[in-house]
Design a protein around this ligand. Structure first.
Ligand code: NAP
Ligand code: GLV
Length: 313
């Protein structure tokens, strides 16, 4: 049980009020403080934040840990050495994995069951059943077999699709063809009809899906990117969609967000766009998880989901 800790709450969008309410409700005795540009941060035990202002970072060197309000650490790690050397803890699932599974299942089924084509037909008042795709031709390849990727794999397998996964370290998952490391990436891609990215954005995954790798996917492949936009070379994706090699894409994340207008993706009917909503932070679940992790820190117990700064996730 944690008592009497002081926590800095900070969000780039300023929306910390509901977080303060949840902490007050779920952790009696907690004191939460906020910070604004130009202010001196009072002594705090922990920081809980998202999209920090660069000028806040040096003031965090005395906290015991920095907790992120999301799963990806890239937006904080990008500050490099300016980020104080205290443990950085990301959210581990906390209600996001099931949302990812819903989103990827929807996008996969929409393409597999040709609902995208039926939507278009219906707009033109056309009643025309299309030949169904064969499931054995629809291997779903999930890049990233972490907290979110594993839940997606389990869900997609439940529909009976052949599933393969790719990760940095080797895995052994029942019913899943597992590939690991860069040396196996081309082989993984060459047999993947629906490619899902659930990789963190790191030095290794930045621009990973370039023209050559996207072209390694079989003709008619489909991309679902729910991880980070910078993993995909956007002009290359567009070229391959326009050439017909890639059938289309459902994209939740982009190199620049919000996706600017004009951007050719907005004009491409084979690209479905959502505004980075595939898995939203469930605030209450996140606060409960952070409180448990603070208790672990206070008791000198192991804490899950500490970001490895060398690996970048
Ligand atoms: P995680 O548990 O850390 O899993 C990351 C997975 O990626 C692991 O399987 C890891 O391999 C693999 N990986 C990392 N670097 C790799 C590389 N160079 N080559 C091959 N595999 C590599 O992360 P998570 O919680 O599942 O989250 C994944 C990402 O989803 C986040 O980083 C974030 O960017 C994104 N996300 C997006 C949204 C959204 O709304 N769009 C919401 C939440 C998260 P190992 O298993 O071998 O370590
Ligand atoms: C959202 O993109 C997250 O990383 O939690």
């Amino acid at each position: 049980m944690v008592s009497a800790v002081r926590i800095l709450l900070y969000r780039g969008d300023g929306q910390t009020g509901p977080w303060a309410e949840d902490f007050a409700r779920l952790l009696p005795g907690v004191e939460t403080v906020s910070w604004r540009e130009g202010e001196t941060l009072p002594a705090c035990d922990y920081a809980v934040l998202w999209n920090p202002a660069p000028s806040l970072l040096p003031q965090l060197s005395r906290v015991k840990a920095i907790f992120l309000m999301g799963a990806g650490a890239d937006a904080v790690l990008k500050f490099g050495a300016a980020l104080p050397n205290v443990p950085l803890v990301r959210l581990g699932d906390a209600g996001m994995a099931v949302q990812m599974a819903e989103y990827v299942a929807y996008a996969t089924l929409r393409y597999f069951r040709r609902f995208d084509e039926y939507e278009e037909q219906a707009r033109h008042g056309l009643w025309a059943p299309l030949p169904p795709h064969a499931k054995q031709d629809f291997t779903v390849g999930v890049m990233g077999l972490g907290k979110l990727g594993l839940r997606v794999v389990e869900t997609i397998r439940g529909f009976g699709f052949p599933v393969r996964g790719w990760s940095r370290t080797a895995k052994d998952l029942p019913g899943v063809d597992c590939y690991a490391g860069m040396a196996s990436l081309d082989e993984f891609l060459s047999g993947t009809r629906v490619l899902v990215s659930l990789l963190p954005l790191t030095a290794e995954t930045n621009n990973l899906l370039d023209r050559r790798r996207l072209a390694t996917l079989p003709k008619g492949a489909y991309l679902i990117n729910v991880a980070r936009g910078a993993q995909v070379a956007e002009p290359d994706l567009l070229t391959l969609i326009r050439s017909g090699h890639i059938a289309g894409a459902t994209l939740d994340v982009f190199r620049n967000e919000p996706l600017p207008a004009p951007h050719p993706f907005w004009e491409e009917p084979r690209i479905t766009i959502t505004p980075h909503i595939s898995a939203l932070t469930v605030r209450e679940d996140a606060v409960r998880q952070i409180i448990d992790k603070i208790a672990a820190f206070e008791a000198d117990q192991p804490v899950a989901d500490i970001v490895d700064r060398q690996l970048g996730y």
